[in-house]
Design a protein around this ligand. Structure first.
Ligand code: ADP
Ligand code: MG
Length: 693
């Protein structure tokens, strides 16, 4: 089917009907995430060039900013010079010119003889010759040495669609497309907020005449993107609060003291503070939606159990869910410790539970006989029916999925408490978790032994082994963590299986060494963990698997090899495993990386034990990564804004968005029509918004 380019453009029309696209290119565009004309408009350039008009080489003088276009005659990397520089001679039909880039090692192989190059920058005099030093450059095809090649946008290209082709397509329809873009705000608001018009922003971002236009259009488009996201979150929160009802679960002084008697310790100040927040949530008929953050071992489970017992005291049922069976079992064991002798009916559901036994258990849940059900997150998606589910507690550990919460709400509206051990930087908490209330446990319960963290090189391992041997003789246990299961091709990174052989045969033959990794079956994993828990295995060799699910206070040593391969947050999580005992623990980070960033990251670990501080460092050093991926949290990815770099704009957008929803929650007023329509287009699927669009 061949389609004729459309005359009447709309943002929802398929990109195929845009002039210059057609079915073939539409396929390529789709891979780039561009399906509609609106997507095309939001296919932003990744860079812009503003070179002055080109001049002929024979005309250039020193100390001018010029553009040259020509052929690369020769190149050389002067590595023995100090400083090193990359040198190219460029010629046009009037002469040739020396161009150098200091520290330009990265240009080796990138700029090569024979290619056409446009360079622009400042000229200088060197040994009587005029040359260009550290100019900007652009590699071009011969036929591209036209006026347009010297300025304009650069698009992320794909196989079968060059930046240049994309530019042609967009610029061909830009005016008309931008012309149908609706404005969200009135002039007064735009002025007050220092934002340009939305139509103009699209025109300028794709076709700027000067740097300033880029900055202004970026600001507007980023603001819009963040504003829409925050409005969607504000609406989700509004919907949750006004369209669903929960069972109010009241806590009395009597209930409180009865629950506290279950704990063989006094709750910490932080625990009391978050319990107060949760108790006040639960008492309302609005479903609670709270995120409870705290490091591993900070005492979240105790807080969760408190909440669960409040629900039970109100004759409501509680589901406690963990990401894996191992973790679910851990929770169950933990809870058992506190509930021994109580008449609260609790049950653990695992995949291994089948037949009549399972049926009986499910019946008890359905009849309302069972108070607390512990299992994996699959718990509520299966055939399990509750008589009166009042509270759902989800232990997410590291990952956190908004969509899972949505699924939970299908037929019930229990209060919802999500626990996570990931210290979530404020930036993140405000965006993807923007519709949640957040409670934080900052300080761990008293009596924790210190964890001493050292950063060592592989050469120091023999000494470390002797130190570990002494601790093992003193009946302590140790973890050995590796970034891989099997050896890598390069042989650089040690792997769990090979090191298991080495440790069990050569290093610690007198002790029991166990191996745990993701490719083992569930039952095998379980067996190994049990043996480690019971002290039958002294050293546990593992991949990051142990990050989730092991709680063995007697394990006070952890060796992490290839430590530079892990993120800081991940190292912190791992280290949390040995912070559970009252005696001193030792964490050895082994790395041979000579990379400075890697080294300074590992040094942060030796200095700090504050998960939030470490997470902020990690965020700055490694970028947002998947923790901040909005898609993972059920929201579309951001195309132009960046949660970290644009944090101030995010704050502004968030304030405006929540104010808007406060004033006109259904966005019914005429002035909000366009915002409403855009939200419908962008978020309807992912948020299941009420009546939007
Ligand atoms: P988390 O779920 O945050 O990892 P837990 O609730 O499992 O932490 O608590 C970790 C350990 O600390 C458990 O052994 C628990 O018994 C103990 N603990 C929790 N709260 C306190 C407290 N207030 N005082 C002393 N020990 C506590
Ligand atoms: Mg826990």
């Amino acid at each position: 089917m061949t389609a004729k380019p459309a005359d009447n453009l709309s943002l929802d029309m398929k990109v195929q009907f845009i002039k210059g696209v057609g079915p073939g290119r539409a396929g390529v565009f789709e891979k780039l995430g561009v399906v509609t004309a609106g997507d095309l408009l939001e296919y932003y350039p990744r860079d812009w060039y503003f070179a002055p008009e080109p001049v002929k080489i024979e005309d250039i003088k020193a100390n001018h900013t010029v553009t040259l276009a020509g052929t690369v005659e020769s190149t050389d990397f002067q590595f023995y010079r100090k400083p090193q520089y990359f040198e190219a001679y460029i010629s046009d039909d009037t002469g040739n010119c020396r161009v150098i880039w200091f520290n330009g090692k990265y240009l080796q192989g990138k700029i090569t003889p024979g290619m056409k190059l446009i360079v622009w920058g400042k000229t200088s005099q060197f040994k009587g010759q005029v040359q260009l030093t550290n100019p900007k450059f652009r590699i071009v095809e011969a036929e591209q040495i036209t006026a347009e090649a010297f300025s304009g946008p650069v698009y992320p290209a794909a196989a079968g669609l060059s930046s240049r082709q994309i530019q042609k397509i967009i610029s061909g329809s830009l005016e008309r497309l931008a012309g149908v873009v609706p404005e969200f705000f009135d002039t007064a608001f735009l002025k007050r907020s220092n934002l340009i018009e939305r139509q103009k922003a699209f025109e300028w971002i794709h076709n700027p005449k000067e740097e300033e236009q880029i900055q202004k259009s970026k600001r507007r488009l980023k603001y819009d993107e963040l504003f829409l996201m925050q409005t969607a979150l504000a609406l989700r929160r509004y919907k949750n609060r006004n369209f669903s009802k929960a069972l109010p679960l009241k806590c009395s002084g009597q209930i409180d003291s009865r629950i506290r008697k279950r704990f063989p310790f006094l709750l910490t100040e932080d625990q009391n503070k978050v319990i107060e927040e949760i108790v006040s949530d639960l008492a309302k008929s609005i479903p609670a939606n709270r995120l409870l953050q705290g490091d591993v071992g900070s005492g979240k489970t105790v807080v969760a159990l408190y909440a669960a017992l409040v629900a039970v005291a109100n004759k409501a049922q509680v589901a406690i869910m963990a990401p894996t069976e191992i973790l679910a079992e851990q929770h169950f064991i933990n809870i058992e410790r506190y509930l021994r002798g109580s008449d609260v009916k609790r049950v653990l559901i695992t995949g291994g539970l089948t037949g009549p036994k399972r049926k009986e258990i499910l019946n008890d849940i359905k009849s309302g006989d069972t108070d607390i059900v512990v299992g994996t997150v699959a718990l509520l998606q299966k055939d399990i029916q509750f008589a009166n589910l009042g509270l759902v507690i989800i232990d997410e550990q590291h990952k956190f999925g908004v969509s899972q919460r949505a699924e939970l709400r299908k037929d019930t509206t229990p209060h919802c408490l999500v626990m996570t051990a990931t210290p979530i930087p404020r930036t993140l908490a405000m965006t993807v978790f923007g519709d949640l209330d957040v409670s934080i446990i900052k300080n761990c319960p008293p009596g924790r032994g210190e964890v001493i963290t050292r950063y060592i090189s592989p050469e120091e391992l023999p000494r470390a082994y002797e130190f570990i041997r002494e601790r093992l003789r003193a009946k302590k246990q140790a973890y050995f963590v590796y970034p891989r299961i099997i050896d890598s091709e390069d042989g650089e990174t040690k792997a769990a299986i090979a090191e298991y052989e080495n440790l069990s045969k050569n290093i610690f033959p007198e002790f029991n060494v166990g191996l745990l990794h993701g490719q083992l079956s569930g039952a095998d994993k379980q067996k190994i963990m049990d043996q480690f828990r019971r002290g039958k295995i002294h050293c546990l060799v593992s991949t990051v698997l142990i990050e989730v699910g092991i709680d063995v206070p007697n394990a006070t040593i952890m060796v992490i090899e290839g430590a530079d391969r892990f993120g800081l947050a991940q190292l912190h999580q791992l280290r949390g495993r040995i912070a559970r005992s009252s005696s001193k623990s030792y964490c050895l980070l082994v790395s041979q990386s000579a990379n400075e960033t890697a080294q300074s990251r590992l040094e942060i670990m030796t200095r700090s034990s504050d998960g939030f501080e470490i997470a902020e460092h990690d965020l700055k050093l490694r970028g947002p990564g998947e923790l901040l991926s909005t898609r993972q949290h059920g929201l579309p990815d951001l195309k132009i804004a960046n949660i970290i770099d644009d944090f101030e704009l995010l704050n502004l957008a968030r304030k405006d968005a929540f104010e808007l929803v406060e004033k006109d929650a259904m966005l019914k007023s005429a002035g909000h029509k366009n915002i409403r329509a855009e939200l419908g287009r962008k978020f309807a699927d992912s948020l299941g918004l009420v009546d939007v669009g």
